[in-house]
Design a protein around this ligand. Structure first.
Ligand code: CTP
Length: 409
């Protein structure tokens, strides 16, 4: 996810302390340092002595362009880059990989090296990615230490399942660097302009079964909805993503509710908006579904097949009454002609706060595309026409438009 535009990248200019302890996975921390640095963060690496046996400090120094701290008693340790100062300046402290030993020291509050002293001296949020042998991670002592750190507010990135250095299969592998970086973003997002808000986003095209193998659906890829969910998460919102089948991977830190049909999406939306501030209906909901779903596969018999379709519930319209004044509702209008007129009519008919209109006849806009060209209309008659933009930028523009409409808290 290195494709965020400047100004939207949460990591830009953030001070990240990366604590590296002596797990065989320490080499992956180099990739973490690299990704953080490329995203614009200022990365200070603090290594345990054991970690320096596995990866040379010079590797980190070359990537971060900053001196690496590995010796508590080094001459420079009490200067402006000393361990206490590092902790004070940090926006976030990430320990990756965290060995069983380092976890135990952190849980106890021991401070016998640069890494542990930095963690003790910081008030910044702490993110910990444990990595160790599966049996060790399963040990009650380790579990209790992890829980203790979690209870104190640390974010624990659960190790992945897979093959260990020992050859064992189990849970203990350090998660991959991109995922670790995403968790750092999620923690930093707590200071975003949607912090404390609950956002519900729908995405993808619903599928309405004809028989056990066939369905009626549409060309929606889900990209726009997923981009909105990610953007809202990056701005600190608690996000529920109600998604019809899609090939996309849901963003980390977003609560996914997988649905298939319009009816299931309707129920999921009704449940999710009960305590939400913002609903963005980016899903392409089927307007019609087969009146009857055949239990068995329909066989061809040389004759034509007539399908009887019945209308589905208009989910967005149905949310109008229940949520007046509390929930900001944003709809989409995918049109092939008279975009502004059609979009405004939908805004009125569905009593929306905002509608995002897009012209689906353009190849750089709409279904399946990575870009979108939209207009955002509001109730006061405002109309903001945007150029063709990547969908993640469109997502932020939509959230920018919705933000001032959210009820004050
Ligand atoms: N929508 C919905 N439930 C439906 C159909 C649509 O909630 N059963 C939502 C979509 O998610 C979108 C908005 O309504 O945010 C507009 O959908 P669209 O299909 O373009 O408009 P319709 O109201 O169905 O009008 P038409 O099909 O005549 O264009």
């Amino acid at each position: 996810m290195a494709d965020r535009q400047p100004g939207r990248e949460i990591l830009a200019d953030k001070r990240v302390v990366l604590g590296v302890s002596g797990s065989i996975a320490a080499y992956k921390a180099v990739a973490v340092a690299s990704a953080l640095t490329q995203a614009g963060a200022v990365v200070d690496v603090a290594m345990s002595r054991e970690a320096t046996e596995l990866v040379r400090p010079l590797s980190f120094q070359a990537i971060t362009q900053r001196p690496v701290q590995s010796d508590l008693w080094h001459q420079a340790a009490e200067t402006e880059i000393g361990h206490v100062t590092l902790g004070h300046q940090a926006h976030v402290v990430l320990v990756a990989p965290a060995t069983a030993h380092t976890l135990a020291k952190l849980a106890l509050g021991l401070a016998d090296d640069v890494l542990t002293t930095t963690v003790l001296a910081t008030t910044a949020p702490l993110v910990i990615a444990p990595a160790m042998d599966a049996n060790m991670y399963d040990n009650r002592a380790v579990r209790e230490n992890v829980q203790r750190l979690r209870d104190r507010g640390a974010t624990i990135i659960e190790p992945a399942w897979g093959r260990m250095a020992s050859g064992l299969l189990g849970q203990g592998r350090l998660v991959e660097p991109p995922e670790i970086v995403e968790w750092v973003r999620i923690v930093l997002a707590r200071g975003g302009d949607l912090a404390g808000r609950r956002v519900v986003v729908t995405a993808g095209g619903t599928q309405e079964a004809i028989d056990p193998v066939r369905f009626v659906s549409n060309r929606s890829s889900g990209k726009m909805g997923y981009a909105i969910a990610l953007a809202a998460r990056d701005r600190g919102a608690a996000v529920v993503l109600i998604a019809a089948p899609s090939a996309l991977r849901p963003p980390l830190g977003v609560e996914l509710r997988a649905v298939v049909t319009a009816e299931q999406m309707h129920r999921a939306v009704e449940a999710a908006i009960a305590d939400a501030d913002l609903l963005v209906m980016a899903a392409a909901v089927a307007d019609f579904r087969p009146a009857n779903t055949a239990r068995q596969k329909i066989k061809k018999d040389g004759h034509e097949l007539v399908l009887h379709l019945e209308p589905t519930v208009d989910i967005l319209a149905a949310t109008a009454g229940a949520s007046r004044g509390r929930l900001v509702r944003v709809g989409f209008a995918a049109e092939s002609e008279h975009l502004l007129i059609q979009a405004r009519a939908k805004l009125e008919r569905k009593e929306l706060d905002l509608i995002v209109g897009n012209d689906i006849t353009h190849s750089d806009s709409g279904f399946g595309s990575d870009t979108n060209r939209v207009v955002i209309l509001d109730r006061a008659g405002g109309c903001r026409e945007l150029p063709t933009l990547p969908k993640h930028e469109v997502a932020h523009e939509i959230l920018d438009a919705a933000l001032p409409l959210l009820p004050a808290r």
